[in-house]
Design a binder for this molecule. Sequence first.
Ligand SMILES: [Zn+2]
Length: 395
Amino acid sequence: MEELKACIASTMKSENHWGETVPISWRNLEKWILKTEAQSRNIYPFSDLLRDVQNANDVGIDNEEDLRSALTFLHETGVILCSSDKKSSIILNVQWFVDAFNCIKMDETHNTIKDQNNFKDFDELHNHGILSKKLLVELWRTSNFYENKRSLIYHMRELDMLVELSEEMWYVPCMNKQQYSCEMLENCNISSTLCFLFEFLPFVIYHRLVVSCITNLGMKPWKSKKRMNIFHTVTILCCKDKNHRVLIGICENKEQMDSDYPYSLEIQTNVTKPRQIDNRKTLKLKTRIYQILNELTLVFSSSKNKNPFRVGYRCQIKPFSITSEDSIIKEEDMSASQIDCHRCYPVHVMDGASILCFWQVIIIFIFISRAISLKECTLATFKFYSWKVTKMHAF
Ligand SMILES: [Zn+2]
């Protein structure tokens, strides 16, 4: 218990706001306005709050900028939910917001809602995480949630708890129970597998990465046989160019269990044969996903003074599999040459250049000296090589 107490104390002290001096008006706002108002309402439009705060002399906040700063502080300390968007409302009652989401996160207690009119929508959400407007009306009917739908959905999207697929349809990642099979990539050219390695990895980070790729990178779920290829631990998304697709998987790696980073988020690009992967795409993708993960894991890095994840690669280029026994090699241990992979049993040759060329800019002479890996390289590199060969023949 002593150790637990010490751990809680040190965790609290490592919080961003610990020891920070804040204006007394922020405390007034929390106590006087929000605690009182939260008893009678769950949502407060920003413009109304600004007006009421300005009229209330005891709070000590008289302009929009100060109110925004105070609200941001209260949001970060978990008292309320707000966003920087001026048009959005403020959620005063966080528990009420959580209750609204719990209605969507269906379990057996929701079976009473299931009937012949909604069983298809019900199963879509329960099995695939696809929420229709029709079902949402029923799930939120018994409370005042549906009348506040706009604000609730807005904040759920802001927190990456769901993603809007259309005006009448949402994807709720935590409800998806579908299993992925690597056979679906049989007719595809694939990249090597980029891995982001974690000491510990809450499942929600995987969901939030998927949602962020859809919302911020303009990707869309890949459909085959009219079904979206979104599974429990794997998601395949189509890039904006409609040729490239990105597989995002989450793994617990038994063979890496002795390592400090046994959990991984894995990224693999694929295109339909005979198309070839454009490495400029994969390179950009790595940068963007790295940025997203940095933002999503900020909360981990604030408590410890180190990056919460490392970068690595699977030692062989194969269609992604959740049961893969291939080793993950950390980026700093990779080289663009052919070396024996002793981490795997039986031993095999690991072609570093073919693995890295999707995710790193590699000095061009490596490819020139090893023409065999060229088929995996970018068109630009290929053209350069052809030009070089032509010139050499000319000489
Ligand atoms: Zn290996």
